[in-house]
Structures are given as C-alpha cells and as structure tokens.
Design a protein around this ligand. Structure first.
Ligand SMILES: N[C@@H](CCC(=O)N[C@@H](CS)C(=O)NCC(=O)O)C(=O)O
Length: 211
C-alpha cells in the first residue's frame, strides 16, 4: 500500500493517523509544500493518480482512491479491527457527521493560513480572517458541548475524533484560543494515543522545517 501524502497536509494526516491506529504498513510518497509555491510543482505521480491533483491518494494494488474521508472509510471496511466507527446506526451516523464537520471547518483554516501563517508578522486579520477565527471559536464551544461526559466525540474513539483533532490542532496553531476545559482534556487524551501523538509531532516538525 502506498500513500501520496504531504507532511503538513491535514487531510493526509487524517489518513496517516488511521493507518497508524490500525497498524497497517504502507510506503509514503511525499509531496512537498513550500510557503512560496504551496504544492506546486506537483509531481507527475500525483497528477497521474488524482484528477483533483490533491493529497492524500491511496494506492492499494489496482485500486486508487483520493479524498481522506473516502480513504478512511475504505480502510475501516478493509481492516475493521480496531473499529473506528461505532456499530450503532445512530452513533455511526453522528460519527460521520462530526467527521464531516472537521472537514467542513477546514475552509476556515485555509483562510487563517493565508492571514496568519503566510502574512507578514504583525499584520491585522482581514475581515475574512476575523470571520474564520469566530467560526472556529464557535466550533470549539460546540465541540465542548458534544464532549460533555464523554471521552471521545461519539463515546468511543472514532474517525470523527481524528478529523476534528486536525481542525482543532491547526486552529490552535493559527491563534484560535482553545480554552474550553472539555476540549483541552479531549485534546490531551488524543495526544496521549501513540499513533496520534507521534503523527502530530511529525506534522509540527514538518511545519517548523518549512521555508
Ligand atoms: N476533500 C479532500 C481535500 C484534499 C485537499 O484539499 N488536499 C490539499 C492538501 S491538505 C491539497 O492537496 N491541495 C492541493 C492544491 O491546493 O492544489 C480530502 O479530504 O482529502
């Protein structure tokens, strides 16, 4: 199995975390990201395998898949143990909903990457940036309400936690205050999982090494 990935890609990280949680061996084909040119120039292997020209892409024998959610659901079906979706239909649907919420908020993360990470230090947030920050702040509160009395978003650790973790991790790095005690406790719980903690460290090292 091969994963066309990017160390700083939140979507690729979602898949790497699932591969690590399930202990699936794979080979990484790394696509670099730079501050100046983002993902360009894209390698031929990415252009050949994904018409969207985005990471992640999973190559498994004759099968080529893209989109982190589709890939993770495939991995869940092919390697059901340990389970990363609840069996109860309602909880399963809610896990998928929260997984999608994490993805949905990524549009706000992209705005803050422009406005905070790539901006000249000291530049004020644009109107768009302020709205993105507020949307993420609101999401932190909503997540806190969902986590009440639960260790994980849908009780058991699931694909939802992985997707939302990446959003919260990036939001925090981009200056969104994550102070809700339920959310900070959940975040620490996530980091304490070796698969998640190690992957998170690798992403942060990748970010620190960017030029
Ligand atoms: N819905 C896709 C989104 C994938 C995506 O946006 N990947 C970004 C990296 S995080 C990318 O490769 N972007 C390429 C580009 O912006 O040209 C998924 O969940 O995998």
């Amino acid at each position: 199995m091969q994963l066309i990935s990017g160390i700083v890609s939140n979507n690729a990280a979602k898949v790497r975390m699932v591969l690590a949680e399930k202990g699936i061996p794979y080979e990484t084909i790394e696509v670099p990201w730079t501050k100046a040119n983002a993902w360009e120039p894209k390698p031929q292997i990415l252009l050949e395998h994904n018409p969207r020209a985005e990471v992640p892409v999973l190559l498994d024998g004759d099968l080529t898949l893209w989109d982190s959610t589709v890939i993770n659901e495939y991995l869940e079906d092919k390697y059901p143990t340990p389970a990363l979706l609840p069996t109860d239909p309602e909880q399963r649907a809610l896990a998928r909903l929260w997984e999608d919420e994490g993805d949905h908020l990524q549009t706000q993360i992209v705005v803050l990457i422009q406005d905070v990470f790539l901006a000249t230090p000291g530049t004020a947030l644009s109107d768009r940036g302020q709205l993105a920050q507020q949307a993420l702040q609101d999401f932190v509160e909503r997540l806190g309400e969902q986590l009440q009395d639960k260790d994980y978003i849908c009780n058991e650790f699931s694909l939802a936690d992985i997707s939302v973790f990446m959003t919260i991790a990036f939001a925090q790095t981009l200056g969104v205050a994550v102070t809700h005690t339920g959310v900070t406790a959940w975040f620490e719980r996530m980091l304490a999982r070796s698969a998640i903690g190690q992957e998170f460290q690798a992403i942060m090292a990748g970010v620190a090494a960017l030029n």
